[in-house]
Design a binder for this molecule. Sequence first.
Ligand code: NAD
Length: 542
Amino acid sequence: MINTQFHIDPPANEPIREYRPGSDETTRLQQELERMASETVEIPCVVGGRPVETGIIKEWTAPHDHSLTLCRYHAATPQVVEDAVASCTEAWKEWSETPIQVRVAIFDRAAELLSGEWRDRVNASTMLGQSKTCFQSEVDAACELIDFWRFNNYFAQEVVYADQPESAPGVKNYVDHRPLEGFVYAVTPFNFTSIAGNLCCAPALMGNVSVWKPSHSSVFSNYYLMRILQEAGLPDGVINFIPGPSSEVTRILLGNRDFAGLHFTGSTDVFRELWAGISGNLANYRGYPRIVGETGGKDFIFAHPSAYVGALATAALRGAFEYQGQKCSAASRMYVPRSLWPELKEMLIEQMRSIAMGDIRDFKNFIGAVINESAYDRICGYIEHARGVSGAEVVQGGECSGDQGWFVQPTLIECEDPRTRTMEEEIFGPVLSVHVYEDSRIEETLDLCDTTSPYALTGAVFGQDRVAVELCSSRLRHCAGNFYINDKPTGAVVGQQPFGGARASGTDDKAGSALNLQRWVAPRTVKENFSPPTEYRYPHMA
Ligand code: NAD
């Protein structure tokens, strides 16, 4: 019988290292960066716990240094994909019956390993492979993933033990939180190592098995997560790591009768394509697959005339340009009242001129390169468009250089036309578009903010007038799944601000919370009668 007592203390968030110049932690991380940059590693698929070399080799070079080839990985073949499913099916037999305490112990151990001996390696691979600064990598690849593992353990026990029904006298009711029958397909994005780890592990924690297809652009760091999970004692086949051609892998997996769920983070178009593929195969599945997807954003900062300009400027700089704007939560459009704009514009331009961009091995840099050539072309294309279209003006930045690495200067675009493309579409780069509105037209501008983009991921409102801020917050209620008051729209912390958006931004299942974990169970309600009736007639029939 299930124990319905739940007295476990929530974990604390992993402390963030600061990497001050000359500190021991900085020296160790720099040594690891040097070591990793001096070799090209070979990465296999991992199926049923075994490395699989297919001979179909793909390479990954550092986004900020075209001469630095970091890894050569073996891409999955159709046979490897089939083997991964077979391995899931085999592993499911035991794993689906493995007690929650054992599953929790494995992910706790993974968190310990990442917090300690694996931290530098995972951070260095994320920095080199995804062009993150030490701080951006530390908050993502180390702290956020450790937090996902530890908090999910806490929330999973809450789901299993505390989420239980009442029992009438003489009866015991309980809910058995079963895993899904089949495998979960985890499709992960390049931009957060922590998300990659979470998408395959959250279902596994709830007793599921998964096939994990990492992004081509983050195989390098993601492989080390697979190694940590193995070292932590995850049984073979519970998670199978198969980098490979997206469409081919997806076609095979979605065509399988045992496909039980999709855990996706990435762009809106790809998610829609996957959803359509699932719908097309629906009649062939054993059950109705769970679909959880976190997708694109066009995240905003809305400034009320009472906003403090210094705080706005910092929120815009950090919110829009950290990690080169390649965060789903990055601020990419801003609405500013005319009364504040001259001072804010001057402050932004001055500070943007001071931003250091370059190789992330130089810890003085604030930003690195964008992820790859197609991202570079797309972002530079948007800047070119803004230069050429009426109603928009590039007021700072806008330079692109692809010689050494894929570098795009942080760019500020003033948009007289609030419907210009850079105000509406997800750019996923270091580009911030600003629309200046008349102070008297705040109501219309709130409507504009609400209706300008199909997304609803993150947003922020700034203002000192708390009553006015409340009005903005309520008018923008459906525009963001994560809403901030007087803070930048990025940087959600696991356990504090559960993350996810609605509208075209996803299914809003809040990564790193009980809401997400509940999607990966098929509850079975059990009623036990301690004294079953022995007479079919009811009292009213006497
Ligand atoms: P992407 O959609 O290009 O790729 C995501 C994953 O899907 C990768 O593993 C990729 O290989 C795979 N993929 C690509 N095409 C596919 C296809 N046709 N079939 C099956 N799989 C396919 O996204 P990305 O460039 O890795 O990440 C950036 C996007 O992710 C942005 O749109 C960003 O907003 C979004 N994102 C959202 C969140 C969130 O929580 N909402 C978090 C991070 C990133």
